[in-house]
Write a protein that binds this ligand. Sequence first.
Ligand SMILES: Nc1nc2c(ncn2[C@@H]2O[C@H](COP(=O)(O)OP(=O)(O)O)[C@@H](O)[C@H]2O)c(=O)[nH]1
Ligand SMILES: [Mg+2]
Length: 233
Amino acid sequence: MKIFAEFVRSAASARDLPADGLPELALVGRSNVGKSSVINALTRQRIARTSATPGKTRLANIYRVTRGSSKPFHLVDLPGFGFAKGRDSEREFAELTNAYFGARPDRLAALLLVDARHPGLENDRQAWTWLASVSDEHALVATKIDKLARGQRIRAMREIESVFDSPVLPVSAVTGEGLDELWKLIDRLLNSRNPNPSLSRPSPPRATARSLPTNPPPATKPSAPSQVEAPKK
Ligand SMILES: Nc1nc2c(ncn2[C@@H]2O[C@H](COP(=O)(O)OP(=O)(O)O)[C@@H](O)[C@H]2O)c(=O)[nH]1
Ligand SMILES: [Mg+2]
């Protein structure tokens, strides 16, 4: 399948986001979680700059992506969060994301990327809660799955699904694992959005993250925060 991707622009606030009505998919995640790498792997281009130094990107980078005969969409690489600690981290995330999407939650489809090796970090959980409050169309992706051995993986994915109370899709930008599934998930997120949200309220479909073809959802509700340690690179 042919994929065409081009950089559109960087945006410092919601005002700079394109207003041409194309569907948007936001990538949300801590700095260094692998957002840019996932974009490059998905588009098979070195279009997004990756960095071993967290915190380089303070702007949202917007790409226009067309896959096969599908309608084009905008991929929005949001600035990473995760520098501030404790209470400040909640504010940090709210500021970053509200700057981009505060004015247009109806148009927000989003993926939260979490590091497969660090299930349940506090700021990841805050980000998930925030996404759940502003968007029906969001799903969870675990990055850098290549860094975990088989046994560790199963345990880590179970823990992530339990903490977030949601299915998770494991991917690797390095080996390409999970990318086909990720494309399917993206198609579903973009296409399940109602173009006229006012017609569908007050019973919005909540099918997106739930319909991931991964493991069944955990039987129990998430427990207390499991860890808040600083992630390894
Ligand atoms: N092993 C491995 N490393 C990855 C993967 N994705 C990203 N990385 C590395 O993690 C670092 C941060 O990646 P980047 O895409 O810049 O993260 P961003 O800050 O979220 O955009 C870089 O050194 C990448 O090479 C992956 O799937 N597997
Ligand atoms: Mg990046």
